[in-house]
Design a protein around this ligand. Structure first.
Ligand code: ADP
Ligand code: TPW
Ligand code: MG
Length: 586
């Protein structure tokens, strides 16, 4: 141990001793110095006092009921603010609970830092059975972008700086910071401590694309007859909203927003091709990817949905060079940050730019008109029990009337149908299950969205999806957050009509308690609970909640037979790969 880090018993210190600080305060000061003023976590040994002291020092410390939701909150805070969200957990089990969120953040390219207390190194390394013993650093490493452990208080400043830079620079992601119990109580001279802190300068430096690469991209684009731009959540994260809109409008190219890029331009924009999705994917000849990976969500850029092999050329904008050619050949890789890349393209799209051929635009228009009119008929139904379209038609109007509200969305049918039906009007207003299609982000995302933006939040949740994080409605009530949760209650996963094929006493594996009243859970914590059986009742309850800002849960009674297996992605079920249509039993 260095001289600086030596633990000094405070009661032995003479009155004239120089001012001192400790590991607790240095962590808090390092976060503050870097503008990180909110912590999402769960208290316990050894970090209870870190949370207390952070609150005493003016940070906002939001205590959750389970670390996974605190972690999800930190991750989405990172997405919304371009600053790493901070999650604080206790050792071993608390750390593991937070780890799912850290891995999910990394997968989704959200910047966050999981700070976890840990047991004593000497005991952990000899496996002598410490309280909550676990080699957390080793476990975190493969699941995040970077992982660090701090042993000396005077290294805290550098460690926090490294964590921030690792989370934000290049492709953003999750970082793990291991803080053993002993570190927190280490005492050091206050002046030395202060000088050891580091303010990170320019943590996400602009990455300017090469001129050759820009020219190549423009050449490919100029040769296009049926161009398409796909906006991904990287484009939403980049906060280059004005330039992205200018690029689309100046080029006249139709665009398709991925789920969390919806609202980057209003979904009602004339160039939005969402309502003609399958047509544009199949028929486009040049596709510009802006912060969107060619992963499963885009059928890996190949196969039937992309038209005949070799019928496409791709231009890809991404900050991560290794993303290029990950699934198919990229004709024009444009490596850099989205702001710089889009600005560079925009600089080349001047007065003489040829808009795409009108035949392409008209074909898309015709398909959009067709699909939108088919959908419109289904949205107005005021039936009871509700089907998904009737209920979502009501919520679509709620969001249209409140375009700055944030929509959180998870489930299967509840997710896929809400994505298609609820138009978004502003950037970064739609937060959902992301790259993994993970259930359980709901309440964590809703809480952080309310805390970070101060805007009302509408969480549209499948009844199964809600169950993963449902206990956090106590957190919503405790902090009096303007969150309205709508549980699409169809008595189960995908639908509530499956039966046990053996005829035995156990219900089917996808079925829940019939006619459960989730609204009463909210009432238990002092919030507003409403049971809604028609779209009109649903609309009234949600409008009132969004306008009052009172924590509300609406139990929306959905026909248990209305959903389909796995929502839109039934084809990914292994049974369907061998030619059997996935079908609910019963
Ligand atoms: P979606 O799920 O919406 O299709 P993905 O998560 O697959 O989006 O893709 C996001 C991509 O955006 C990632 O490949 C990531 O490297 C990239 N990205 C994130 N931030 C930036 C940025 N500031 N500049 C450039 N690329 C970025
Ligand atoms: C962490 C698998 C995908 S969708 C879903 C599950 C359990 C729930 C669907 O039912 P829900 O929606 O929410 O009631 P609806 O409208 O279709 O009835 N565990 C994790 N992530 C995933 N994706 C699953 C399980 C799953
Ligand atoms: Mg359900």
């Amino acid at each position: 141990m260095s001289a600086l880090a030596e633990v000094i018993e405070t009661e032995d210190a003479p009155d004239t001793a120089p001012a001192q600080t400790d590991g607790f305060h240095l962590i808090i000061d390092a976060l503050k110095l870097n503008g990180l003023t909110t912590i999402y976590g769960v208290p316990g040994i050894p970090i209870t006092d870190l949370g207390r002291l952070a609150q005493a020092e003016g940070l906002r410390v939001i205590s959750f009921r389970h670390e996974q939701h605190a972690g999800n909150a930190a991750a989405i805070a990172g997405f919304l603010t371009k600053k790493p969200g901070i999650c604080l957990t206790v050792s071993a089990p608390g750390f593991l609970n937070g780890l799912t969120a850290l891995a999910n953040a990394t997968t989704n390219c959200f910047p966050m830092i999981l700070i976890s207390g840990s047991s004593e190194r000497e005991i952990v390394d000899l496996q002598q059975g410490d309280y909550e013993e676990m080699d957390q650093l080793a476990i975190a490493k493969p699941l995040c972008k970077a992982a660090f452990r701090v042993l000396h208080a005077e290294d805290i400043g550098i460690a926090v700086a490294r964590a921030i830079r690792a989370a934000l620079s290049g492709r953003p992601g999750g970082v793990y910071l291991d803080v053993p119990a002993k570190l927190l109580s280490q005492v050091v001279d206050a002046g030395l401590g202060e000088r050891s802190l580091v303010k990170v300068i320019d943590p996400a430096p602009a990455q300017i694309p090469g001129t050759e690469a820009v020219k190549r991209a423009i050449d490919v684009l100029k040769g296009a007859e049926r161009p398409l731009i796909i906006l991904g959540k990287g484009a939403a994260y980049a906060q280059a909203d004005d330039d992205i809109r200018s690029l689309i409008e100046a080029s006249g190219i139709p665009y398709l927003p991925m789920s969390m890029a919806k609202g980057l331009l209003p979904d009602t924009h004339s160039q939005c091709a969402s309502a003609a999705r399958s047509l544009v994917l199949k028929d486009a000849d040049v596709v510009v990817l802006v912060g969107a990976r060619l992963n499963w969500l885009l059928s890996h850029g190949k196969g039937k949905s992309w038209g005949p092999p070799g019928s496409k050329r791709f231009i890809q904008i991404d900050i991560e060079p290794r993303e290029m050619d990950s699934n198919v050949e990229i004709a024009a890789p444009l490596v850099g940050d989205i702001g710089s890349c889009v600005a560079a393209l925009l600089g080349k799209i001047g007065a003489g730019w040829q808009a795409p051929p009108s035949a392409w635009i008209e074909t898309i228009e015709a398909r959009k008109r067709d699909n939108l009119s088919k959908m419109a008929g289904r949205l107005g139904k005021n039936s009871s029990p509700m089907d998904f379209h009737g209920a979502l038609g009501a919520l679509r109007q709620i969001v249209k009337d409140r375009p700055d509200a944030i929509l959180v969305n998870e489930g299967a049918n509840t997710l896929d149908l809400a994505r298609g039906i609820i138009d978004m009007y502003q950037p970064r207003k739609r937060l959902d299950v992301g790259t993994w299609g993970i259930m359980g982000i709901g309440m964590g995302f809703a809480i952080a969205a309310a805390i970070e933006t101060g805007k009302p939040v509408l969480a549209v949740e499948g009844d199964s999806a809600f169950g993963f994080s449902g206990m956090e409605i106590e957190t919503i009530c405790r902090y009096r957050l303007p969150v309205c949760v709508v549980v699409f209650n169809n008595n189960g996963i995908y639908r509530g009509t499956d039966v046990n094929p053996t005829g035995g006493a156990d219900v089917a594996t996808t079925v829940f308690v019939e006619n459960a009243r989730y609204d009463r859970m909210m009432e238990a914590f002092g919030g507003v609970g409403v049971n809604a059986t028609t779209p009109d009742e649903l609309a009234r309850a949600v409008a009132e909640a969004m306008d009052s800002g009172r924590p509300t849960l609406v139990n929306a009674v959905i026909d248990p037979a209305a959903g389909t297996e796995s929502g839109n992605i039934g084809k990914l079920n292994p049974q369907s790969a061998v030619g059997k249509k996935p079908k609910a039993v019963g």
